[in-house]
Structures are given as C-alpha cells and as structure tokens.
Ligand binder design. Sequence first.
Ligand code: BES
Ligand code: ZN
Length: 573
Amino acid sequence: MADPSSFASPSCCLTRHLYLRCRVDFGARALRGAAAFTARAEREALRCLVLDTKDLQVFKVTVNGQDAKFVFGEKHPFKGTPLEITLPFELRRGQEAIVEISFESSPKSSALQWFSPEQTSGKKHPFLFSQCQATHCRAILPCQDTPAVKLTYYAEVPIPCYLIALVVGALESRKIGPRTLVWAEKELVDKSAYEFAEAEAMLKTAEDLAGPYIWGQYDLLVLPPSFPYGGMENPCLTFVTPTLLAGDRSLSNVIAHEISHSWTGNLVTNKTWEHFWLNEGHTVYLERRIGGRLFGEQFRHFQALGGWRDLQNTINTLGDKNPVTNLIPNLNEVDPDVAYSSVPYEKGFALLFYLEQLLGGPDVFIGFLKAYIQQFAYKSIVTEDWKKFLYSYFKDKVDVLDKVDWNLWFHAPGMPPVKPTYDMTLANACVALSQRWIKAKESDLGSFSSADLKEMSSHQLIEFLALLLLEAPLPVSHVQRMQQVYDFNAINNSEIRFRWLRLCIKSKWEEAIPLALKMATDQGRMKFTRPLFRDLYSFDKCRDLAVKTFLEHRASMHPVTSMLVGKDLKQDQ
Ligand code: BES
Ligand code: ZN
C-alpha cells in the first residue's frame, strides 16, 4: 500500500524515533538543526533511505557517525524533493542505525508562518507557528512524511510526523481545568480562557465515550488570525483560530472536535490521506456525541443535519461528478491541500450516523467505536481495515451490513446514496424562516421584523443563513431589508458574519464589498477566506479589487492560504 503523497518507502526502511535539535532564526526566517532518526531496515542488504523534503537545504548526513552520501532527486510541484541517502554500510533486516541529517528550512517553507513584531497583538516580539498536516512536515525537516509511519520523539508516545508542531512567541497561559492551560498572546488570553472553559467537561465526556485520554496534558493555543484552520489537533496542545472567540462559547464544537482527535486521528490514524475520512468522519461523529451529552440529543441531530446541508453546499460548489467528492479519493498527483473539503468530514459522518441507525442506535454504536479505537490504537489503517473490523464486531448483523451499498458510499462522487433520518425540532424554525424569505415578493418584505429572530439561538442563525446560501442569490432588495430588520452587519460571530457576507455578495449588494474584503483579510481561516475571495471574484463589479487586495496581502499570508487563494483567483498557472 503506497502513499501517493510521499516519496518515502517505509516498507524498506522505517524511521522509528526522532531526536530533533534545532534553533529558530527569526532574522533569516529559518529553522536550523539536526534530525537524528533511528531507522530500521525492513529488508535484507539495505543500502538506501529515501526521505521527503521540501525547500530544505541539507548540509551533512551521517549514519552511526560515519559520513554518508546523499543526493536530491527531482523536485515535484507539491510533493517536494526526495532525499536519497546511501548508507555507508549494509543493514540486515531488523538492524537499526542512527541517521543524522543537518538541515535548514527555507524562508518560504510551506509549513511555517513567520510574523514580525508589528504583525502580532503585542507588537513587541516576533512570532512563528507551524502547520504540518497534511504533507508539510517535510518543509521543516527531512522525514518519512506519511501518516503510515509513527515514531517516538524523545521517548514519548509515537505520533505520525504531521502532528509535529512548533510555536514561538510571547505567550501567556491561564489554567482552565486540571489538565488544561489556555495559551495566547496576553491581549487574548482572558477572553480565550472564558471561551474554552468547557474543555474539561468535554474531555471527561470524550473519555466516557471513547476510553482513557492517554496524552496527559490537554492545552489549547490561540494563534494569530492568519491560522489557516479552525483547529489542529497537535498532541497535548491543540492549535486554534481566534475566530472561535465569539464571546458566548457558541463555537466550542471545534474544541470538542479537536479533543476527539485524541482518539480518532492521533491514536488510530489514516494510513494515507486517501483514507482521511477515517480521521475526520469518526472525529465529527465523536464531536457530535459530546455535543449530544452536553446539550441534548436534539442538538446532536440539529448539528448532524447541519452537516448534511454543509455537504450539499460543498457538492454544489465542487460538482457532483467531481472525483474529490468521493469518500475515498484517488490522490495520485493530487495535492491533499487542493483536495481538502468538508466531504471526508460530512460524508464520513453521514455514513457513521446511517450505520448507527441501521445497527441499533447510539448506545450500540458507541460500543463499536470504543472497540475500534482499542483494536487500532497506535496504528495507521486503511478503510478496508475499518470495514473488516465492523463486520467482525457486528457478526450477528452481517445481513444488515450487506444492505449497505459500500461501493457507492466509498467510491462514487456526489451526495451519499442514503440520507439518514434527523430529528427536526431545532431545525424547523430555521427552515420556516428561510422559506419565508425565499418565497417573499418585494411587497411582502414589510412582514419581516426583528421579532423573527427572538427565539433563535446563534446556532440556528447560522443554519438559517446556510439554508439561504443553498438557494442564493436572493434579490438585493431582500438582503437590504434583512440588514434593516436584523442588522447582521453588527454581528461579530465569525460563522454568522461569514455566511451573511457571502449572501450579500452573491446578491451583488455593493455596500457589502468592503465588509467582505475586510473579513477575508483580517483573518485567514481558509474556510472563511477562500469562499469570500471566490465570491468577490465572481462578482464582476469587484473582481479587480479582489485580485488587487489579494496581491497586496499575499506576502504576509500563510503560505498554504496564499497558494490556494492564488489558484482560486487564477493568479498562479
Ligand atoms: N486536522 C484538522 C485540520 C486539518 C486538516 C489541517 C487537514 C490540515 C490538513 C482539524 O481537526 C479540523 O478538522 N478542523 C476543522 C474543525 C471543524 C471540523 C470542527 C476546521 O479547521 O474547521
Ligand atoms: Zn479534524
């Protein structure tokens, strides 16, 4: 089983341990140091080890202290450059050697974002953070950059290298639970401590659902606004975007999500990025089970239905024949960052939610999930391993399982072949209000008032706007009236603001252009920034301004965000 996203061949030689020593040079925007791997030959007469690199310089390689020859292969547009090391002596199968590589990263490393003091909240100290998932660890240090390989570092728990993480900055912490500190620049640390106070309750619930938390500490780190994801489950220290700081804990499902990765993802890991749904689908499932325990089963169904609608939005955008909408996409010559979407999350979740309903409900299904985690903890697996275990766990229900159209679920593009059933209690108000707006004629607009929203939670507002987006564009008169009666422009909750501004731009409301450009550049979470830029680009009135704004900001954007928005706005080949 080869990993199409890596040049390494762990079936010949396996890196088992990493001893990393390095220094951060803010002046040169480089990481410089030595990576010493304990490598084990997996076959006889081994003379060669291939590592992944991307934009790295390599100065010296030694094997058990002896100089070794090394040569770079051909540079690939997104996979980087293979580093071929010739061992100075042969290794027998099972024999280990210490391979030490002196290296330096590039100022344009796709794994790192560098900040000058002026770009931070405190304005005094520089800042650096890393983001290795999916295939950027190779842009920090030479490594076998595949989730199939787990290694120890400093003799702790083995992790795949996409979970290596680094942050350097002037950070402060607040204790919010017995095993949890929140870290941030001091301007944001108290707000963050309030926002994420539910972490311990979520951890306890997750342990009850999935088994013991093995990582000891669970800290949270709030990054600068350019952090490209909502959250990243780096072991012991989850990285999160400051766009979660809504002030009312309403976006804490992202914390439940990253906590859940402590089991699905960090213990049981996808073997290649083609099986990413194993990481994300199970994690969304656990995230929503935590939400269900803390806020009720109706809320879980509401979130699940929101996920189905999210999937619909994504498939409308990508096209229902697009092969990246397969649950298991083919990533040969496809960059995992380019293939990334909500599909593995929501199609994966829909499959698990459907199976839950088919196999006897939530209590029965959590038994399976716990056993699955136990079975595959510390391993990297593919979908076939998961399916085999499912059949063995439910050996009395094989007839039920055989009714599932596995081929369509796994290998067909577009929406899943079956829609699970959802409790509609919390969704009904969102559907009803969105339908009123969709059906309203110009002459009906007077019937709307701020009272429409009186009973709605912020989660329901998000869903209401998401439903309108599915039907967009609305006539511009409608969004103008909506602003008049609901004043969405005044809302800072990032999930609400994002959908509202998209709706306005899709309706071609010119007054929203500066607001949408501001949101697209004030923060860099790709889930927000990419669709906002894409919508602005599709609006002929502001296409040029969108491109100009992007080009002005590009140099200070995260390297991956800059690459993807560059493609979205057709600025790169
Ligand atoms: N591990 C992912 C983020 C990621 C995926 C980074 C692929 C790089 C490559 C993280 O756990 C995640 O899924 N975050 C979501 C949270 C949401 C689903 C609750 C996000 O960023 O929005
Ligand atoms: Zn995730």
